[in-house]
Write a protein that binds this ligand. Structure first.
Ligand SMILES: C[S@@+](CC[C@H](N)C(=O)[O-])C[C@H]1O[C@@H](n2cnc3c(N)ncnc32)[C@H](O)[C@@H]1O
Length: 214
């Protein structure tokens, strides 16, 4: 499915999010706070658009994704890219200082297994940031988002995306995803401590931050 949407993926994101995706990526970089010389994994990195955002800090950033089509669509970014399944990563224990996953966790076949695998490849004390669609916290926005915004996604995608059916899945998977508190519990039960979150755009997106215990 992701191979099929790779062409035009970056553009479709920007159209469907009214350009907010850029702000969400910047907020993720600030939450992860990579510094020069650190090793950072951007997992389910897609075309590497966020990896490039992190690399501006001087950290050594690796984009990993299991869709060769998505990685190929980001080849112009000239980043280190690795074809890898998030549930079985080809990296040593403790290889990274931090790991970020943007709009990826919702797609894994096993959320907890993915979180545990991320904990394995991060050093003790290292950081995790998950940027994912979530639940708007206030009622008028929540109702409007669910009824209008998510229903508008598939028709809009038909005009701009290379594979519109994938955006029907996008809308359905967002509605089925746990809210902020529930996801925090799953993260805490999957090898991470000090789990906190912050809402972006009224909770349409949430940033979860955690640390690997020493
Ligand atoms: C919605 S895209 C997000 C891409 C990118 N992080 C971004 O913010 O634009 C989800 C990505 O997750 C990847 N993905 C899904 N399951 C995966 C897995 N098990 N291992 C690696 N990548 C996976 C897909 O190939 C796709 O590129």
């Amino acid at each position: 499915m992701f191979d099929a949407v790779a062409r035009g993926y970056d553009r479709t994101n920007t159209v469907l999010s009214f350009g907010l995706d850029r702000r969400w990526r910047e907020a993720t970089r600030r939450a992860l706070a990579p510094v020069a010389g650190e090793r950072i994994l951007d997992l389910a990195a897609g075309t590497g658009v966020s990896t490039a955002e992190f690399a501006r800090t001087g950290a050594h950033c690796v984009a990993a994704d299991f869709s060769l089509g998505m990685l190929a669509a980001g080849r112009h970014r000239a980043l280190p890219m690795v074809a890898a399944d998030a549930l079985r990563l080809p990296f040593a224990d403790g290889a990274f200082d931090g790991v970020a996953m943007l709009f990826g966790l919702r797609n894994l076949a096993d959320t907890s297994a993915g979180l545990r695998e991320m904990a394995r490849v991060v050093r003790p004390g290292g950081r995790l940031v998950i940027c994912e669609f979530s639940t708007p916290t206030r009622q008028p926005l929540r109702a409007a988002y669910r009824r209008l915004a998510l229903r508008a996604v598939p028709p809009v995608a038909r005009t701009v995306a290379s594979s519109p059916d994938a955006y029907v899945y996008l809308a359905e998977s967002i509605l089925a995803w746990p809210d902020q508190r529930e996801l925090a519990t799953t993260i805490a039960e999957s090898g991470w401590s000090e789990v906190t979150w912050r809402d972006l755009t009224g909770g349409i997106v949430a940033l979860h931050h955690a640390r690997k215990p020493h």
